[in-house]
Design a protein around this ligand. Sequence first.
Ligand SMILES: CC(C)(COP(=O)(O)OP(=O)(O)OC[C@H]1O[C@@H](n2cnc3c(N)ncnc32)[C@H](O)[C@@H]1OP(=O)(O)O)[C@@H](O)C(=O)NCCC(=O)NCCS
Length: 173
Amino acid sequence: MIETARLLLRPWRDMDLEAFWAMACDRAVMRYMPPLSRARCEKLVERMTVMQAEHGHCLWALERKTDGRFIGFCGIIPPVSPTFEYEIGWRLASDAWGQGYAREAAEASLDWAWRRLITPAIVAITTRENARSWGLMERLGMTRCPDEDFKHPGIAKNDPLRPHVLYRIHRPR
Ligand SMILES: CC(C)(COP(=O)(O)OP(=O)(O)OC[C@H]1O[C@@H](n2cnc3c(N)ncnc32)[C@H](O)[C@@H]1OP(=O)(O)O)[C@@H](O)C(=O)NCCC(=O)NCCS
């Protein structure tokens, strides 16, 4: 469990599923992502639980300390397709945007990663149009790597969400 000024980053609990499903039904949250069925939400929660058990980290559930509410996820996933590098990711409920929660959680995740993982760098990816997400990458001090733009293999060929950008941050000296 990681604690910041306003948040807990923690493993997922079964009770997070309803709030996570509500996020999957929010068009603002899902604007730049393929739709997510209830079954796929359940799978994602399961996958995060397994990842936490196997690797000691995942995209952690974010719990707001003032009211105990689940407001989304943020954390680090191990090297897997399509980047094959440690990757930071985030998704917050839309009524929790614009308050610096994502940045707070992401900074804590990076700080955790530099202390606990053996890696020279961490990447983040998002669809080209998702300015809120790459804006956060820039606020975190990540650098865009235009030569590494790619078409996401998990997204259909004619889907406008397919072109992705990649940002990277190196371990601080
Ligand atoms: C991407 C996402 C996590 C960014 O969230 P966010 O709330 O915009 O990001 P931050 O936490 O950095 O907050 C920044 C905003 O909070 C404001 N803010 C308010 N209080 C703040 C504080 N104490 N500290 C920092 N910023 C604060 C900033 O001024 C900024 O405002 P602005 O959006 O009007 O410019 C969010 O939009 C999201 O979940 N999107 C949907 C899912 C998604 O696309 N995920 C990425 C897929 S790759």
